[in-house]
Write a protein that binds this ligand. Structure first.
Ligand code: ACO
Length: 401
């Protein structure tokens, strides 16, 4: 077999692939994705079946531990999580210091990184499997509490504490919308759609934020800091931040008179930096299977909740026009997971700036599974090479006058 490392040292050869469009950085047994055929499977199970039949916690278990849980396993898993949902009260002190209108993703990244200060056992070198597992449980448990704190803060409302009697998703709904009505946590429409959305976002192999989690974790960095790095990577509008950008774009189109043809033309104009947000994907070149499920869920939920959102009609019109347009067809640009998700979040009552935080809540089990796989496989520290283009030697020049 050819020893690539030796060959590279002998020849000085380096592969240059900016944006890693064609470079595999790892082997993984978590998520199967066929971009040409629009297939997405977690551990071999189709995203369509999981979204239809399972819960977010079952999917989290599947991603992290590799198998669908038995009834006992899921009960134990949820029981353990529910006993770690309280977040150290001292964390509230600096949480209170964030300006109330600061971006929720900035708050989330900082708070998650700070968990390492409050739960320092996560910093221990050579954690046992049991200790790693406890950190994973705490991460899952505290994330939903932190996300609901951030939601409450955006309205200046007091936080609502978790209750062990609820399952994960119901507890999250209780902590966010608990003051609306007593039954909000068990409203089957809300619970069902929240489960679906979180499942559809739960993993997506080596995307920007997941690769970030793996590369940060590869330096042996603790789970909380690795996840916090992933949250930062997710924030950008070309990645998870697209769900916020989509709604802002649809609002802008609505306020501009709703002429979708005009905005499609803008997206095609190479002298205009505007892109159709929620369209296109690095890997899917046929359709994004998540977008199909979310589009249907969007119709169902808006109907069930009796919400008539004019931006839904604009989104559908944009999709219809774009899918017939040569520019989008040639470049294989289709709606992605973010195109319709924001309309659902909005119908549920989340402010636009919260959307990417909800994406992060969904993506958490995937990040954890990928971080764990990287550790179990004892992967080496991630350290890309470069092709240097600057001067190779210059004599130092003393500063004058
Ligand atoms: N609107 C208009 N043109 C587009 C769009 C778009 N949304 N997306 C891609 N294109 C065009 C590019 O201008 C380029 O055209 P060219 O060949 O004439 O230069 C061509 O399609 C290929 O685009 P790239 O940017 O090279 O594709 P890449 O794989 O690097 O980018 C990305 C993928 C970032 C998702 C891109 O399609 C995009 O910016 N989409 C809008 C933002 C978005 O929705 N992001 C969320 C992605 S899903 C997620 O991360 C959860």
């Amino acid at each position: 077999a050819v020893d690539i490392a030796k060959l590279r040292d002998l020849t000085g050869y380096i592969t240059l692939d900016t944006g890693y469009k064609n470079t595999g950085a790892t082997k993984s047994a978590i998520t199967f994705l066929d971009g040409e055929q629009g297939i997405l499977r977690y551990r071999g199970y189709s995203i369509e079946q999981l979204a239809e039949k399972s819960t977010f916690m079952e999917v989290a278990f599947l991603l992290i531990y590799g198998e669908l849980p038995t009834e006992k396993q899921i009960a134990d898993f949820e029981h353990e999580i529910s006993h770690h949902t309280l977040v150290h009260e001292d964390m509230k002190k600096f949480f209170d210091g964030f300006p109330s209108h600061s971006h929720p993703m900035g708050q989330l990244g900082s708070l998650v990184c700070s968990l390492s200060a409050f739960y320092p056992e996560s910093l221990k070198n050579n954690q046992t499997e049991e200790e790693i597992n406890l950190t994973i449980i705490k991460m899952l448990a505290k994330m939903s509490t932190i996300v609901s704190w951030i939601y409450k803060k955006s309205f200046g409302h007091p936080v609502i504490y978790p209750q062990n009697k609820y399952d994960y998703v119901s507890n999250f709904l209780h902590m966010t919308f608990g003051q609306r009505t007593e039954e909000v946590a068990v409203d089957p429409v809300l619970v069902d759609v929240m489960n679906k959305l979180l499942i559809l976002h739960a993993d997506h192999e080596q995307n920007c934020s997941t690769s970030t989690v793996r590369i940060v974790g590869s330096s042996d960095c603790n789970l909380y800091a690795s996840i916090s790095a992933g949250i930062s990577a997710l924030w950008g509008p070309l990645h998870g931040g697209a769900n916020q950008a989509v709604i802002e774009m649809l609002e802008q189109i609505k306020n501009d008179g709703g002429d979708t043809q005009k905005w499609i033309a803008k997206a095609k104009d190479k002298n205009d930096s505007f892109r159709l947000m929620g369209f296109g994907h690095r890997v899917y070149k046929n359709f994004d299977p998540r977008a199909k499920i979310i589009k249907k869920a969007c119709d169902d939920v808006l109907e069930k909740l009796g919400v008539n959102d004019p931006v839904l009609a604009i989104a559908k019109q944009l999709e219809e026009v774009a899918l017939k347009d040569e520019y989008f067809v040639q470049r294989k640009l289709y709606p992605n997971v973010d195109f319709y998700s924001g309309i659902i979040y909005r119908a549920l009552g989340f402010p636009t700036e919260m959307f990417t935080v909800l994406f992060a809540l969904g993506r958490l089990p995937g990040w954890i599974a990928q971080w764990k796989e990287m550790k179990v496989n004892k992967e080496p520290i991630g350290r890309p090479r470069q092709v240097y283009t600057g001067s190779t030697f210059r004599e130092y020049v003393e500063m004058k006058g």
